[in-house]
Design a protein around this ligand. Structure first.
Ligand SMILES: Cc1ncc(COP(=O)(O)O)c(C=O)c1O
Length: 438
């Protein structure tokens, strides 16, 4: 049997088939896909740079970038050509083998994260999987100096580390956790940003502390100044590992390769994903220093797809483009401009974040009840107006656009926001009045 004579010019659209509209695709979606994501907002068919187009031909400025994933925007020519060239050379090998792209990417990540000698990389396919590997790393820190057992892992209230069972045990949100209990044991959550609470929770039975430098899913909430250094000292003194989840904040998102850059701390491990592959799925656990790199031995962890030649080629291309095209400087400049101009709007109560990871807390407009999902209504108004953003909380809009966003593109959103809030407020007030009349 051979498949070689499949006509190469057969367009993908023939395999996909067609639907007359976005609404028709959504109806087919709800008949065929599990409902875990709710109803998708739009059916997207094409992207170019910072823009995407839906099945009805409408254009959007993508200020969410696949939630901090599309670092170089959509259909980046260099990344696309590297992926295509690697796929047509060698697409997949089992982990009985390695490939040059895998080795080169590991070396590059160790270089750009400033990892000390003896540091190593494990490749996974997502942020959750990177954290799952990190959880297993933590479990290997199992005994203390007094030959007692370490059984506890500490994470923060508000934390999001993923949704598989181990990563979910680290995630704080009850609504995500409770339907799936019992979760892997020993995880405690301490109040966010409270050094004393952390110090009280960490002792010589603690395996590790997990932190996000900026909690993205909780609404773009940065750790307070000095917290990382305090956490490093507390974990060091107790012999516990400090594991930093940079899945959302890493790979240039904050204007540096890692958000912890400049904090002066050396963690025991860092997890990466999202922007790492520029849109291609890949995650990584980086163990800092030889001792941490030897905690997991042969056979203790693994994956079929992790670190495959195409994913690692995509990440190498992404890192190269970020490094050589002045992308980190762009993130810092456009991020600062966005934060400054958003802060100046009367519709905005607070702006948080760093680089191009920005949380915008909206002021409550007159006539809108406290309990209303204002940010959700703004997301809908933004879609109508041709902008993609999201709402991690009822008053918070999150921006995590491609790192190549221009100042002019950023300005269009700032100029539009007052009108987006006004139309969201009008819609919410009308809904409230209608409810009261019933
Ligand atoms: C900080 C953090 N960790 C882990 C994850 C999970 O990553 P993934 O969705 O790639 O599994 C996310 C995703 O939002 C995240 O923001």
């Amino acid at each position: 049997m051979t498949t070689e004579n499949l006509p190469q010019e057969r367009p993908l659209s023939e395999l996909v088939g067609s639907s007359p509209s976005g609404a028709a695709w959504l109806s087919r979606y709800s008949d065929s896909l599990m409902g875990v994501f709710g109803t998708p907002q739009r059916v997207l068919v094409r992207g170019q740079g910072c823009y995407v187009w839906d099945a009805d031909g409408k254009q959007y400025l993508d200020l969410l970038g696949g939630i901090a994933v599309n670092a170089l925007g959509h259909a980046h020519p260099f990344v696309t050509s590297v992926i295509s060239s690697q796929l047509s050379t060698l697409g997949h090998v089992s982990n009985f083998f390695t490939s040059p792209t895998q080795v080169a990417l590991a070396e590059k990540l160790l270089e750009i994260t400033g990892a000390p000698a003896g540091s190593k990389v494990f490749f996974a396919n997502s942020g959750t999987e990177a954290n799952e590997a990190a959880f297993k790393l933590a479990r290997r820190n199992s005994t203390n100096a007094a030959n007692g057992q370490r059984t506890k892992v500490v994470a923060l209230e508000g934390a999001f580390h993923g949704r598989t069972m181990g990563a979910l045990a680290l995630t704080a949100k009850k609504a995500y956790r409770e339907p799936f209990e019992p979760l892997p044991g020993g995880v405690v959550h301490v109040p966010f940003g409270d050094v004393d609470a952390l110090a009280a929770a960490v002792d010589d039975t603690t395996q590790a502390v997990f932190l996000e430098p900026i909690q993205g899913e909780a609404g773009v909430i940065p750790l307070p100044p000095g917290y990382l250094a305090a956490a490093r000292k507390i974990t060091h003194d107790a012999g516990a590992l400090l594991i930093v989840d940079e899945v959302q904040t890493g790979m240039g998102r904050t204007g540096a390769w890692l958000a912890i850059e400049g904090s002066g701390i050396v963690p025991d491990a860092v997890t990466l994903a999202k922007g790492l592959g520029g849109g291609f799925p890949i995650g990584a656990l980086i163990t800092f220093g030889a001792e941490n790199s030897e905690r997991l031995s042969a056979g203790q962890h693994g994956t079929t797809f992790g670190g495959n030649p195409v994913a690692t080629a995509a990440a190498l291309a992404t890192v190269h483009a970020i490094e050589t095209q002045g992308v980190l400087a762009n993130v810092r400049a456009v991020g600062e401009r966005l934060r400054e101009s958003l802060s100046a709007l009367p519709e905005v109560a607070e702006v948080r974040g760093r680089g191009l990871l920005i949380g915008v807390d909206l002021a409550l407009p007159a006539g809108v009840p406290e309990s209303a999902n204002l940010a959700g209504a703004v997301v809908n108004a933004a879609l109508e107006a041709g902008f993609i953003v999201n709402a991690p909380g009822p008053r918070t809009v999150r921006l995590a656009p491609p790192l190549i966003l221009t100042a002019e593109q950023a300005d269009t959103f700032v100029a539009a926001l007052p009108q987006l809030v006004a139309s969201a407020a009008a819609q919410l007030s009308a809904a409230t009045t209608e409810k009261e009349a019933k």
